[in-house]
Design a protein around this ligand. Structure first.
Ligand code: F6R
Length: 234
């Protein structure tokens, strides 16, 4: 796992854009995308470039259960607003939060992922170490599945809703194995709240208690962070 630390957020996000452009220039056409606060400046920057995704396919990591695509807090809405309206892909896939049968929906989504293997996967990280919505304890062998969100995840995401009661309790997420199949992974860990989990990730533990540590076994992961190494740490 390679780590690059930045003292300027602008440099961090410029580097992330450059990494995506480089992957694309090297032939990547299938991109796994993430949502969340960390990704907003990245998508804003991408929208200012002339990068063209019109021959590419995108997959999102996750979607809340129970929110229609037009709901302002659905990830479908987020993606259209922050990226896809300005930078359309040939096709963009997200799990369907209103699917009637979770088993059919997760099998459908996993089938699509296997049909169009990911060349590139973008990841944020939760304070509890989640990637996608794979909460602590998720099997590293997991495929796309239905999850019950941890209370801490709901609290962390409540800032996007008018009250905690509105935050869905379940979501669909790509599994750890689905993520690990991507040829190349770019993880952004931004902000002081991510310090502890970043340290655990970089300590190279390999434990399902911290889902992101699965990445320590992936051959091509780049982590970008604004967090500097703490000096005088024993
Ligand atoms: C979102 C996702 C999540 C977020 C993580 C960090 O699609 O998969 O794993 O990346 O919760 O969220 P922020 O960036 O809001 O701190």
């Amino acid at each position: 796992m390679k780590v690059k630390r930045f003292s300027s957020m602008d440099d961090l996000y410029s580097h992330a854009v450059a990494t995506i452009v480089e992957a694309k220039n090297n032939g990547a056409t299938t991109f796994g995308l993430a949502t969340g606060g960390t990704m907003e400046p990245l998508y804003a920057k991408i929208c200012k470039t002339d990068i063209d995704f019109s021959h590419c396919i995108s997959f999102n990591l996750d979607e809340y259960v129970g929110l229609e695509a037009t709901h302002q807090q659905s990830y479908a809405y987020y993606m259209n607003k922050h990226l896809l309206n300005q930078k359309p892909f040939l096709a963009s896939y997200l799990p369907d939060g209103l699917a009637v049968d979770p088993l059919v929906e997760t099998a459908r989504y996993e089938g699509l992922l296997q049909q169009y293997p990911l060349d590139f996967q973008l990841l944020g990280i939760g304070q509890n170490g989640h990637i996608g919505f794979n909460e602590p304890g998720t099997s590293f062998a997991s495929l796309t599945h239905l999850v019950t969100l941890e209370e801490s995840t709901r609290q962390a995401n409540a800032r996007f809703f008018s009250s905690i009661d509105e935050v869905p309790r379940q979501a669909y997420t790509m599994g750890i194995q689905s993520i690990m199949r991507a040829k190349c992974i770019l993880l952004l860990a931004v902000g002081e709240a991510k310090r502890e989990v970043l340290e655990r990730l970089l300590a190279s533990d390999y434990t399902e208690d911290v889902p992101a540590t699965a990445l320590s076994k992936h051959p091509n992961v780049m982590v970008l962070t604004d967090l500097q190494e703490e000096e005088n740490k024993l």
